[in-house]
Design a binder for this molecule. Structure first.
Ligand code: SF4
Length: 288
């Protein structure tokens, strides 16, 4: 089965899977991993690490980029120029909130992505097939969320990363991960900012070593960017629209304008998790 790699949270894994292909959301390892793109100007460290990861994959491996920031647009250009043997697709994601026009454009872009997936050997799903995949993913995400309280912050972050990389096939096993030995007197904190590289996950351990505990991962690769729970009634009526609403209609990514939903999310989730402070972490040159 062809694996389609991507990293942007606005690319729905369900849409790729429903076309009969494997969806793999990448968390690039970063540090010490390849130097192919090291000298490329105009890339933040995350985009560079992503390109190094993609460039290290077998010839012919497809990748999907989006337009969430200038560095990602630039990364797609660099990838197409330096890896001409790899199919590449750039999905336009409106930077606005969910106006009817923006939502319509997002759905059109999903259809255009569908054409790319068919070109890779996939087949366009029926409404019933799409709904089935969406329900599977939604169920797996609920299972992951339920597992959170029994895990350390690092275990949970790795669980989400594994789920993104391997999809529903990995969710069941992952949820049976070892239970955490959690310290109840640790200071609860949130982490906010740009997406973490794999090598950055040690930040969760460092915080714990110093008496803290990350209770909310609101980075651009963490829980903040999970799609909303599926509206099952809406999915029965129009599965593609329901999918678009769960992703484009809900993810409060900081790139959106206005970005008030990002602050609404923090206003809601920080007290809900009992966070007493925020650790802000971002990549140099991140423009979102
Ligand atoms: S870290 Fe910032 S600039 Fe870099 S790819 Fe992510 S959102 Fe774009």
């Amino acid at each position: 089965m062809t694996t389609v790699a991507y990293t942007c949270p606005f690319v729905p894994a369900e849409w790729i899977r429903a076309h009969g292909l494997k969806a793999s959301r990448i968390v690039p390892p970063g540090r010490g991993h390849g130097a192919l793109m090291e000298a490329t100007a105009g890339l933040c460290p995350f985009a560079r690490a992503l390109l190094n990861d993609l460039a290290g994959r077998p010839a012919g491996s497809p990748a999907v980029f989006t337009t969430v920031c200038d560095q990602m647009r630039r990364a797609a250009e660099v990838f197409a120029a330096r890896c001409p043997d790899r199919p590449c697709f750039v999905m336009n994601v409106p930077a606005t909130w969910r106006t009817p026009a923006a939502m319509g454009m997002y759905v059109d872009e999903l259809r255009r992505l569908g054409g790319f997936l068919v070109g890779l050997g996939g087949s366009a799903p029926t409404d019933g097939q799409l709904t089935e995949v969406m329900l599977d993913y939604d169920g797996a995400r609920r299972q992951l969320a339920a597992a959170r309280d029994g895990l350390t912050a690092r275990q949970y972050a790795e669980l989400l990363a594994d789920f993104g990389r391997c999809g529903i096939d990995a969710a069941g096993d992952a949820c049976h991960a070892a239970q955490a030995d959690r310290k109840t007197d640790a200071v609860p904190l949130a982490i906010v900012g740009g997406p973490l590289l794999g090598g950055h996950f040690e930040v969760f351990d460092i915080v714990e070593r110093f008496g803290g505990r990350i209770v909310l991962d609101a980075t651009a690769g963490g829980e903040l960017t999970s799609p909303a729970p599926l509206d099952r009634h809406r999915a029965d009526e129009n599965p593609l629209a329901a999918l678009a609403e769960a992703y484009f209609g809900a993810i409060p990514h900081a790139m959106r304008r206005p970005n008030s939903q990002f602050y609404d999310y923090l206003r809601r989730e920080l007290p809900a998790r009992g966070a007493r402070g925020v650790l802000y972490r971002h990549h140099t040159w991140c423009d979102t």
